[in-house]
Design a protein around this ligand. Sequence first.
Ligand code: ADP
Ligand code: MG
Length: 162
Amino acid sequence: MEPLQLTINSDEAMQGLGRQLARVLMPGDLVYLIGNLGAGKTTLVRGFARASGYKGRVTSPTFTLMNIYETDPPIYHFDFYRLEGVDLAELGLDDYLERAGISFIEWPLIGNNSLPEEALVINIEITDDDYDRERCVELRAIGEQYEKRLEGLIKYVAAGDR
Ligand code: ADP
Ligand code: MG
């Protein structure tokens, strides 16, 4: 299945993409968020968490490695940017991934983690000089489960439904 490419022109639109994802992701799903600092990874998770009814702060768990938002299903928000020296087994990552929450991992490629291959992989790129606004977003489904989610998302995007 081809990846979905989107141009996202504002913070609010990135949160809108997060809200759309909240309509298609299911308990147990896993999302990898790839992109430079300030790309908008946390902004997307914030939109998702708000749509799931979470009213508290949503920030990168850069130092804590993980935030839990007590929604239904719960959201597990990871950030591996400063992962060096931390043992994922000790963090209990596998346990979380097996639970019926929805997991978002910022910086999944840092360290030599053995993360699941199947996931919804979202790449966010800041386009050149327009640091303030435009982002190129690519969503790629790895595995049949995630192809279904992406198909659902494509319908919402086509309907312009944010
Ligand atoms: P990351 O988690 O990738 O480091 P954040 O989501 O924390 O990034 O920060 C993104 C910053 O860029 C926020 O201050 C946000 O308001 C701003 N921003 C500007 N335009 C966009 C856009 N199109 N999409 C997402 N964020 C944007
Ligand atoms: Mg972040």
